[in-house]
Design a binder for this molecule. Structure first.
Ligand SMILES: Cc1cc2nc3c(=O)[nH]c(=O)nc-3n(C[C@H](O)[C@H](O)[C@H](O)COP(=O)(O)OP(=O)(O)OC[C@H]3O[C@@H](n4cnc5c(N)ncnc54)[C@H](O)[C@@H]3O)c2cc1C
Length: 402
């Protein structure tokens, strides 16, 4: 019986194991961490958004320039297939108002429990606390692991690497594999933060007063990106779903131009003229803050943002304030460190790989999940592509005569 080593017990690796476990092969899943699926569990913490139910042609556009590369795997394992697979596992899903797909219980733990139970019952073996260090010389069938009992070798007929990206290293995905693969001549695009926050040079007073405050019901404009949502102000800058959605373009602009300026519309449901009309009313004895609150119901955080970008004298200009409320510029200096990001861009380049997600430079070795060079916004797109490519490499391994 052939042995298949899967290194990485995240969504992609477990899906590869799932696919292979239905066949007559020996499947061993290795992972550096003491337990499986740590990032998968983390993704389920605030509600596991595992996929998206929008029209599939729209769904595919979320993968941007990698849409074509991922298409074969996502066509073969669509969000509908994913939901059917979950249902077969005993996990019912529902579609939220935004089209996002969640397990009914919202959490990842029951899903992971049921999944592991099924994998173990099908004979999949797990070797935890096995940090993969590379191959023994040029022999791609002999793997070297750092284990609690020292360095150990393991042999396999086929190797599946599902080592994750480079964010949240404490959950296991450290990106250490980049140098191992580059040494073997595999082209790997540098890992970059994706779905990440950005640094902003807030003034000290603003930081002290507003770090940790949400900015609700705003619209963010950056180049041709425009979306409504919510942001979070932080000590160092800005984060949250809305900024994550634009983060790949912002990151690329900063890379080329050193900074990127986003524009916030603090009143997306009102026109500048409507705001100006209200701001042109007599102020009486009210302070600026009281007047804005009375006329516009402007909360302290939004008011603070306006004060952060306008000079004190300009606060008396109704025209300038109305314009700023609709077009508040925030200069982003750099992405927050990759370790804080939800996911990472970069990874094993697709032009290195054939349709089976294998490079001719290292035959019998397949790559899946976030370690491939693609990125997508949050919304279930990340996990769907990790699962789809995990399934694909499982099938590729079988095709290789396993
Ligand atoms: C806070 C947070 C929330 C998220 N929420 C969502 C969400 O709601 N929806 C969504 O779609 N996505 C979400 N994501 C992203 C999603 O979780 C990841 O994209 C996905 O889990 C990646 O799966 P993977 O299998 O490719 O890699 P991982 O899950 O990172 O698995 C890689 C595994 O490889 C192991 N490994 C790495 N190097 C070695 C080595 N040298 N030797 C042995 N083992 C090694 C690691 O320990 C790890 O277990 C979230 C991510 C975070 C951090």
């Amino acid at each position: 019986m052939k042995t298949i080593a899967i290194i990485g017990a995240g969504a992609a690796g477990l899906m590869a194991a799932e696919t292979l476990s239905q066949e007559d092969v020996r499947v061993i899943v290795y992972d550096a961490m003491p337990s499986v699926g740590r990032k998968f569990l983390m993704a389920g913490k605030g509600g596991m958004n595992i996929s998206h139910a929008e029209d599939f042609s729209v769904f595919m556009t979320r993968y941007g320039t990698r849409q074509q590369n991922l298409a074969p795997y996502l066509n073969a394992f669509t969000p509908t297939d994913l939901r059917a697979w979950l249902s077969d596992l005993g996990i019912e899903t529902f579609v939220g108002s935004s089209g996002r797909v969640f397990p009914k219980e919202m959490k990842a733990a029951p899903l992971l429990r049921a999944w592991l139970h099924r994998l173990r019952s099908r004979g999949v073996q797990f070797s935890m606390r096995h940090r993969w260090l590379g191959w023994k010389n040029d022999d791609t069938q002999t793997l070297i692991f750092d284990t609690p009992n020292g360095e150990q070798m393991a042999t396999a007929d086929v190797v599946i690497l599902a080592l994750g990206g480079g964010s949240w290293a404490k959950l296991g995905s450290t990106g250490d594999w980049v140098s191992i693969l580059r040494e073997k001549g595999i082209k790997v695009e540098t890992l970059q933060p994706s779905n990440c926050g950005f640094n902003v040079a807030w003034r000290d007073y603003f930081k002290a007063r507003f770090a940790g405050s949400p900015v609700k019901n705003v619209s963010l404009r950056f180049e041709d990106f425009q979306q409504k949502g919510e942001l979070m102000l932080t000590e160092n800058g800005i984060e949250g779903g809305l900024i994550y959605a634009a983060s790949s373009r912002i990151r690329e602009t900063i890379f080329k131009a050193e900074t990127a300026t986003i524009y916030l519309d603090l009143f997306p449901d009102k026109t500048a003229d409507e705001l100006l009309k209200k701001l042109s009313k007599p102020r009486g004895k009210l302070s600026t803050a009281q007047f804005w609150r009375k006329q516009l119901s402007l909360d302290g955080t939004k008011s603070g943002l306006v004060r952060e970008v306008l000079l004190v004298d300009d606060l008396n200009s109704s025209e300038l304030v109305a314009h700023t409320l609709k077009n508040l510029p925030v200069i982003l200096l750099s992405p927050r460190p990759i370790d804080e990001a939800i996911s990472s861009a970069g990874g094993v380049c697709f032009d290195e790989l054939n349709d089976d997600l294998m490079s001719e430079k290292l035959t019998g070795v397949f790559y899946a999940g976030e370690m491939l060079d693609w990125e997508a916004p949050t919304g279930g797109y990340l996990l769907t592509a990790c699962l789809a490519t995990g399934r694909a490499v499982g099938l590729s391994a079988l095709k290789r005569g396993c």
